[in-house]
Design a binder for this molecule. Structure first.
Ligand SMILES: Cc1ncc(COP(=O)(O)O)c(C=O)c1O
Length: 449
């Protein structure tokens, strides 16, 4: 629409987009979203697109959900913001009770922040400080996994393991110990999934045994390493990692920023293998995709480790300006009520099956190396040579090309390198889900066959 041309101009003139090569972006015809309805995003020209990655993994009930919008309006009439530093507000209290009710056993306290990265920072700092002020000063390190992604702040980058994003910052990062990721398609230990006997768990155990006296905690994305390309952990991996961590007296941080709130088919991925973490990091779908909010849940034991006389300074000196924002907490609470009312997790199970069945035919495409699915998290890894698993050259920008094709056919998705990601909103209906898959199939076919 001509009268909106200034938006394109101003976007290119003023905005620096995240995770985006701006040279390419400036030469492109940008997609500018103006509205949304249900599971569709609508651009400034009125074109409709299925929201195939839930607006970066957050959307649950769809856009424009009346109950959620009403909740924000009602809360806005009462209170938009008041600090949580030393005083309380109503929605943050109600939400914290609800989170503790649904979280894995043993988690008793909620510390709020505003995004996934900060929820991780909070867990890292709490774990470190806990040991520092509880007579274990030598514990200063963390154990992480290769291919891990925990956010973009320097602390969360320190426990990350994706070279493409993290390597350049190495001189700025704190020291960690790394265990191999269970990326079975390209096993870092060069083993085969059926016969390896989870050798990566043994490697993890060796790392734990070697360094346990200097380690605060182990941090992991339970069940799926999302940003690395939806790397799904083999059955038994998570439970074994947790068991080894606890047997060796270390704290366990479960980063469920991506996997939390049903994405894996479980309310929390930890449930899959009965894991009871010492910290649970939450964000993304916590508000159903309506406002930014994050929470770090922890145990009574950790909380008690910070209690003391004022002048002892055992306080957790951390807190963001918008910590516990009432609007975000109110909509998060309503979001969780809707999970129950609309039976989101129960109804998801059939849709997961549908997704699995529909994905099988993608293997017919010569470029599809592996399809990884856990619940509603899907990664389709495209390769130049299926037999040798040789990847495409980055110059070819295959992932990018596929999503541009999909866009032409009315679908918004986003790749992770040459892994095509699908992360549909949990409440999406079957027909739309099929359409999303259809378009994705055709887009891969068009670009790679
Ligand atoms: C597992 C995990 N942790 C942390 C983050 C960071 O969240 P945010 O982008 O909200 O800072 C992400 C984001 O994708 C994530 O997938």
């Amino acid at each position: 629409m001509e009268e909106k041309g200034f938006l394109v101009e101003w976007d290119k003139k003023y905005i620096w987009h995240p995770f985006t090569q701006m040279k390419d972006y400036l030469a492109s015809d940008p997609l500018i979203i103006e509205r949304a309805e249900g599971f569709y995003l609508i651009d400034i020209e009125g074109n409709r697109y299925i929201d195939g990655v839930s607006s970066l993994w957050v959307l649950v009930h769809g856009h424009g959900k009346k109950e959620l919008i009403e909740t924000i309006k009602e809360q806005a009439d009462k209170l938009c913001h008041s600090t949580l530093l030393g005083i309380a507000n109503v929605p943050s209290i109600l939400l914290s009770k609800k989170l503790i009710e649904i979280a894995p056993e043993g988690l008793k306290k909620v510390f709020y922040s505003d995004n996934g990265s900060t929820s991780v920072e909070v867990a890292l700092k709490m774990a470190y400080q806990f040991w520092q002020q509880n007579n274990e000063k030598r514990r200063k390190r963390f154990i992480k996994f290769s291919n891990a992604y925990h956010g973009d702040t320097i602390g969360s980058v320190s426990v990350g393991g994706i070279d493409l994003f993290h390597k350049i910052y190495k001189p700025l990062l704190f020291k960690t110990y790394k265990a191999p990721s269970p990326y079975c398609y390209r096993c870092p230990m060069k083993l085969k999934k059926d016969t390896c006997g989870l050798a990566c768990v043994d490697a993890f155990e060796r790392t734990v045994k070697k360094y346990k006296d200097e380690v605060c905690a182990v941090i992991i994305e339970p069940v799926v390493q999302g940003a690395a390309g939806m790397i799904v952990q083999p059955d038994g991996f998570l439970g074994a990692i947790w068991k080894i961590t606890k047997e060796n007296g270390l704290l366990f941080i479960a980063d469920e920023v991506a996997t939390g709130f049903g994405r894996t088919g479980y309310m929390f991925a930890c449930e899959k293998e009965g894991v009871k973490p010492d910290f649970l990091c939450l964000s993304k779908s916590i508000t159903g995709g309506y406002l930014p909010l994050a929470a770090t849940l922890t145990t009574e034991e950790i909380f008690n480790g910070f209690l003391g006389r004022f002048e002892e300074y055992r306080t957790f000196f951390h807190g963001h300006t918008y910590t516990g924002n009432p609007l975000a907490c109110a909509v998060a609470l309503k979001n969780l009520e809707l999970y129950k009312k609309d039976k989101i997790i129960e109804r998801l199970q059939e849709k997961i099956q549908l997704l699995e069945n529909e994905l099988k035919r993608f293997y017919e495409l010569p470029s599809v190396g592996e399809i990884r699915q856990q619940g509603f998290m899907v990664g389709i890894e495209l390769v130049q040579n299926k037999k040798t698993k040789r990847p495409y050259s980055p110059k070819e920008k295959i992932g990018q090309k596929v999503i541009y094709e999909a866009r032409k056919m009315g679908v918004v998705i986003r790749p992770l390198g040459d892994v095509i990601v699908l992360m549909p909103p949990l409440a999406i209906d079957d027909d739309l889900l099929k359409e999303l898959l259809d378009v994705t199939y055709k887009s891969i076919e068009k670009v790679t066959v």
